[in-house]
Design a protein around this ligand. Sequence first.
Ligand SMILES: C[S@@+](CC[C@H](N)C(=O)[O-])C[C@H]1O[C@@H](n2cnc3c(N)ncnc32)[C@H](O)[C@@H]1O
Length: 258
Amino acid sequence: MQTQYLNYDQIAAEYNQRYPTSQAWERGQALLELARKLKAKNILEVGSGTGFWLNLLHQVTPHLYGMDFSAGMIEQARNQPAPLKLTQGTAVQIPYQNETFDLIYCVDAIHHFGDHRAFITEAFRVLKPGGALAVIGHDPHSGESNWYIYDYFDTVYETDLVRYPSSGMVKNSMKHSGFVDVEYHDVEHILNIHVGEGVLNDPFIKHSATSQLALLSDKTYSAGIEKIKADLKKPQLNNKQVIFKSDFWVKMFTGIKP
Ligand SMILES: C[S@@+](CC[C@H](N)C(=O)[O-])C[C@H]1O[C@@H](n2cnc3c(N)ncnc32)[C@H](O)[C@@H]1O
């Protein structure tokens, strides 16, 4: 199966719906902690999207750089309150000079970069000695993910297994590029339980909400929705309602450039 790419320009305008202000966003807290520990002055997010995480890091430094492939996502990031230095480019050829940043990170993006090794090598090059790379995201290879989207929408899980590097691959690529103190831990538990028809109001079930569903044709997407509706209609044991779970861990990998 070939890696599939999503043009984020198509979904840029709706993307921020995934960030309700009511949520604590523990991965953001983990990033803040790391930036403070490093006393980071220059920070770069690769695949920075609408700039949600960069805006959070304004508490640590005003020197915030975002790089993204999608012009539409960059336009959205210009609406963040924090002033961000935004550039269009690709993660596998970072358009900055050697030893520029104290912290480089990506969130939910490495599976889009096509060649995660090339990105990690580039990150090593543009980090200052003593700087850190952080890679944040989930790992569908871990076998721990329990996401109803994988069960109901054909090809989504198989496509994710191709798009996402496993935890072992990220760790090995970091070590191979020269990073030391490479480690990873769980930073955020995603746990949303939708009961019965409530699932149809899940913001993540929209066709344009995530790359998982946005990559599907209208036909495959509609077939998944129909499967869900069919299950909702089935008589349930003891009159219980059907439960749809999104239950997985977001991990953070870190490594230091010696
Ligand atoms: C799921 S979004 C994550 C955005 C942001 N990091 C966040 O967590 O909200 C993935 C982002 O990666 C960007 N992207 C995809 N391929 C890229 C590449 N090769 N280089 C840089 N950015 C890329 C997309 O345009 C998109 O904005």
